[in-house]
Design a protein around this ligand. Sequence first.
Ligand SMILES: [Zn+2]
Length: 327
Amino acid sequence: MKCYPWLINTYKEIIKQHQNKKAHHTILIKTTKGLGVLQLIKNISQWILCDNKNEIKYCNTCHNCKLIISKNHPDFYYYKDNNNKIITINYIRMIREKIFQYPKQGKNKIILLSNIEKLTESAINSLLKILEEPPKNTWFFLVDYNNLKIYSTLHSRCLIYTLFPPREKHSLHWLKNKNLKNKIFNVISLRINQGSPILAKEFINNGLWEERKKLCIYFLNSIKKKNLIKIFPILSINNTILKIDWICLLLFDSIQIHFNQKKKLTNFDEFQIIQFFSRNYNYFTLKKSITTWIKCRYRLLNISGINNELLILEQLLRWENILKFTN
Ligand SMILES: [Zn+2]
């Protein structure tokens, strides 16, 4: 059974509720990305559907387990279309139709809706009606990655779990066991990825560490020469959004210096950049810089048909103005 160590207790707790016949029909997990929550829900679902479970373990060999492993279980509904920005009422209607039919295998049905922020208002209302009185042996798992506060009625119909990233020392231990031995790399990668050990591992293994390093070299050079256009080629070529996030994190670090929080720095390997900003700019200028980057990031992500290169260039020129690089 593949279960991340930081999620084992939650797994055991939910399984226990099922063993004691006291499980809630809808579990809403509030969390951040990169903690393996979907894997957790799949594990719980497999346990629920398994014909030969042994205490908290599922067997992996029965017909139901095999169907789950091959992602073909007819009673496990998972909304997968990640490209789609919204989940419409039609999908919820389809779910409602399915759950009032007999299960195709065994007696349980599972519905997994990740990214509940994709639900339209009418989809939410339709879902609420189902959750008012769901049929027996139907288990809903909802995931909220954005800590949405607007769905209070939905919250009242769910058992809510809030899952945080593991403590840094536990994540470092996990990364070390994954053969990532450089502690400095590991600490920085964890902090850049909001404490997610899974994303930190990918960050190091998929070449993002090197890409960040390269950006920092260009960035340092460009601020020394007071010419931000120098980072344009590296910023616009790929992973633009990630690179904007890295720049913002460097600026956050400079703000941390103003507040004497040196121990909490994310990019402590890039002290020259952090120091440049903390020495030369006050809190308000740094905050303003971050705000303009966040606006630029938003526009890149949400306005279709826009010329991305032009947008980045415009932002760099605006930032030069804020930093008074221009005379
Ligand atoms: Zn099984």
